[in-house]
Design a protein around this ligand. Structure first.
Ligand code: S3P
Length: 170
């Protein structure tokens, strides 16, 4: 069985995923990393050279690739679950967990992160807030289809893990 971590960029999918994988003895997979390895190109370069729509095609393919594996924690790119086809594939292939965070906290986290994210390049905090509010409105209907929704606002990592643990016992 696989566990998919879904949610907006900056919500903590990678950090939570790595800890959860260690705890369960699962393999940790990051879908951006999978795409970068498969095409031998960074996500930033794919966006600038081939455009966002090509990246979304690669994401769709990556989900199909990952359907074949087992016992993995899969941290998905923020936009990956946001199509009917992709959320369907995710739901058919394992348990999905949405790490839910408000737009302001997401902006703070993303602007303090060194991870290059093509959608945020060159934007001020105010512009990021507008963009995140807009994107969240489009994306949440997909994120909300997750099997488990964990509200991580104001929680420390230990508390997030405890919450996930208690949901998974149910
Ligand atoms: C994206 C999120 C990124 C990455 C790409 C696009 C998005 O992943 O896939 O930059 O559209 O939200 P993270 O959510 O891991 O930052």
């Amino acid at each position: 069985m696989n566990i998919y971590l879904i949610g907006f960029m900056g919500c903590g999918k990678t950090s939570v995923g790595e800890i959860l994988a260690k705890k369960l003895g699962y393999t940790f997979i990051d879908t951006d990393q999978h795409i970068e390895n498969k095409y031998n190109e960074t996500v930033s370069s794919i966006f600038s050279r081939e455009g966002e729509s090509k990246f979304r095609e690669y994401e769709k393919e990556a989900l199909i690739d990952l359907k074949k594996i087992d016992n993995s924690i899969i941290a998905t790119g923020g936009g990956m679950p946001c199509s009917d086809a992709n959320i369907k594939t995710i739901k058919e292939s394992g348990i999905s967990i949405y790490l839910k965070l408000d737009s302001k906290s997401l902006v703070n986290r993303v602007s303090n992160s060194s991870q290059p994210r093509p959608l945020t390049i060159g934007k001020s905090k105010e512009q990021l807030l507008d963009l995140f509010i807009e994107l969240l409105a489009v994306r949440e209907p997909y994120y909300n289809q997750a099997d488990i929704i964990v509200n991580v606002i104001g929680l420390k990592m230990k508390e997030v893990m405890a919450k996930i643990d208690s949901y998974m016992q149910k």
